[in-house]
Ligand binder design. Structure first.
Ligand SMILES: [Zn+2]
Length: 422
């Protein structure tokens, strides 16, 4: 993970015996995108005197140790016992001092506060995974272990029409676990991301039910994604509720197959008409098998922080591309300060910069615009860099195709979201 160097501040406070019995707050300001926080109190007193210790974030008391500790750590997934892990919001925090038993003479109290900031970076994950909470084979912990082994940074637990996987306790690790639910109707499936309990009643019998419930989930802050929209391998799993709602589209579901190509073709037709639709992928892994594995495919996201809200909001901006598996290749595409998903304007929108790492010689790169394939080339190195002039394209997206010997056919190894031009 890409973190800033540790930044440390020290705050001091002189306290006197008259203040015994108070809980004192020593405020300090935390900047944006803090990845983890450590606070240490340096005792200058000895028993029987006691100064209790705790921490408040801008909204609530975040943890309390009494006299048992003089040190605490808080990260997005892990924290010292007695403290709540989770988002480290920017704003005024306070070290809390419980002035329980003070010596007669004044005390000089010193507290050291250290943090590291998350630097915006590409993170990768799987947005479509099932567990034992619906028709998957593995418990939540077993699933998380496998996802970590695949080398991923985040996962969405998208069990069918249930939220118990989101509410179940699970082991703490560096993996970001995004609450999700695969809303499974008899006329198609949609993932709802970001809210642990988005639909207490998921039943849909009419289009009005669908619209009302989708609006409710979105109003709670959820993001909705239509899954495997053209998969007709089983009845009722392709999307039959219309495509006019502002949702993401899962264009790459599990192993590459004609229903994925149909989704990409449909997405391309919408982009050509001027819609800005975010495309994502998901493995739809349910259990052991030869073809379907966590992270196949993988969705890469340029996130401002390593937490579910930042990852989902970056996807919603289109700052995402998809690859065959967690190993890449990796794409860096920008037009001046604009990146994938952005609308590039002005002088910064004339030259598109494309950098690829981890490609194989013999891969083929295609730049696709509203005109179709705008440019196609054979890749000759494992690191590829090109600059491409923009004239009248409304958007450009990238596809890398690779010949797979074991399958004996060409298939995508990378599909990006577009960068748009006006
Ligand atoms: Zn499904």
């Amino acid at each position: 993970m890409n973190l800033s160097p540790v930044q440390t501040i020290t705050i001091g406070q002189r306290i006197s015996r008259q203040e015994q019995g108070l809980v004192m707050a020593l405020p300090f300001d935390l900047p944006d995108h803090v990845a983890d926080l450590t606070v240490s109190l340096h005792p200058t007193w000895t028993p029987p005197y006691v100064v209790d210790f705790g921490l408040a974030d801008p909204h609530r008391i975040r943890g309390w140790s009494g006299g048992a500790r003089t040190h605490c750590y808080i990260g997005p997934q892990q924290a010292t016992p007695g403290y709540l892990s989770g988002a480290l919001d920017r704003g005024t925090w306070s070290v809390l001092l419980g002035l329980y038993r003070l010596p007669p003479e004044p005390l000089n109290i010193e507290v050291t506060i250290s943090w590291r900031q998350f630097l915006p970076q590409w993170v990768k994950g799987d947005l479509h995974v099932h567990t034992l909470h619906s028709d998957g084979a593995w418990t939540v912990d077993e699933t998380l272990d496998r996802v970590l082994d695949a080398g991923l940074d985040f996962v969405a637990l998208s069990d069918h029409n249930t939220q118990s996987q989101n509410l179940a306790p699970h082991k703490q690790s560096s993996l970001v676990v995004i609450p999700a639910m695969e809303w499974t109707t008899y006329r198609g499936h949609a993932n709802i991301f970001g809210i642990a309990d988005p639909l207490p009643d998921w039943r849909v019998n009419t289009i009005d039910d669908l619209d009302r419930k989708m609006e409710r989930a979105v109003s709670l802050g959820a993001y909705v994604c239509i899954n495997h929209p053209f998969d007709s391998s089983q009845p009722g799993i392709s999307w039959d509720w219309g495509f006019d709602r502002p949702t993401w589209i899962e264009v790459w579901n599990g192993p590459w197959r004609p229903s994925n190509q149909a989704a990409v073709d449909w997405w391309q037709s919408q982009l050509r008409e001027g819609r800005h639709l975010v495309a994502v992928s998901g493995s739809d892994t349910h259990g052991p098998g030869t073809l379907v594995h966590h992270g196949q495919p993988t969705t890469w996201v340029f996130a401002s922080a390593l937490d579910g809200a930042s990852i989902l909001s970056a996807i919603n901006e289109g700052h995402a591309f998809m690859t065959y598996d967690p190993h890449g290749p990796e794409l860096r595409m920008h037009c001046g300060r604009y990146l994938i998903g952005d609308i590039a304007t002005g002088p910064d929108s004339r030259i598109l910069d494309i950098e690829l790492h981890g490609v194989s010689p013999q891969d083929r790169i295609r730049l696709i615009s509203q005109r179709g394939v705008d440019m196609e080339a054979l890749i000759t190195t494992t690191a590829w860099h090109m600059r491409y002039p923009i004239d009248s394209q409304n958007f450009i997206r990238v596809e890398i195709h690779r010949y797979h010997d074991d399958w004996e056919f060409w298939m995508p190894t990378l599909i990006s979201n577009p960068i748009y031009f006006v």
